[in-house]
Write a protein that binds this ligand. Sequence first.
Ligand SMILES: [Mg+2]
Length: 335
Amino acid sequence: MISDLSQLEVREIQLERVTLQFHNPISTFHGPLTTRDVIILTASDASGNLGFGEAAPLAGFTPETLQEVENALSEWARDSDPGHLTGRPTAQAAVDAALLDLASQIAGRPLHDLINPGSPSVLPVSALINGQTPEEAAESAGAAVDAGYKTVKLKVGLLSFSEDIARVAAVRTAVGDTKFRVDANGAWRPTEAIDHLTRLNRYHLEFIEEPVRGLEALAAVRANSPVPVASDESVRTIDDLHRAIKLGSADIVVLKPSALGGPQLTAAAAQVAIDAGLPVVLTSLLESSVGIRSTAHLASALGALDPAPGLATATLLATDSGTPFLPIDGQLHLG
Ligand SMILES: [Mg+2]
């Protein structure tokens, strides 16, 4: 993508642990998330240019602990041997994002434009709506539409299906013909997923993320689902992606640069998906605005804008790192 990152003359690397807090608990693959710790990596050159990256390991999603990531980054900072980052995708992501950001600062151009000249500086993003009851979900969804979002997303699978379908129905009524996707985070059993999706089909969903866990189960569900199926947690590496394509596990592929190993690996993965005819949705890993900003630049550079990227998640944070990167009128503006 950018071939000369190794030529950057990095003078100093700084690592800082930051605790992020969410306004409300976020439901994930492995339970609710209220706070999390991340590491912000700052790379500087002799002229005072700064590049920022973020390592945001997420238990149950990425393979490393925060301590392992911090150790790997400290060792890399000492001798810049990329071997220290092997098997540490969130550390790799921090390094790659920071060096790309530094290259963009040195070039005096926004990163998206450095990677792909002329790529857009404004991109639409989807809003994650909350609410345990149909009324709460409808209120949250209506507020998102009023705020300018053209795509909304609701988590399902934590409540009974009858509660979920009531929430989906209420959101559909609240948002009119706004694009509406749901995410089950792998919560449903393969035996029930088809029936659930058949019943959800009347609400004209854009897609469902991870109705079930695992690439084989996703392939079996997708083969009979009236709702397009997106992979997310089941694709954690490029090898997983190749297997997903071979098995027919997904109509759409969600990719998280902060989990996969950074912008450049994600660009390669996105190309694999696009070559297989699968649209790519870039999303955050519920990290701070440092990581979100990097992924937004990549989404623009790759033209991965429809379906809308899942990058409105700084709105969920009560404490962030750096300047909060918040959508305006449902869109992120890349400086
Ligand atoms: Mg998801």
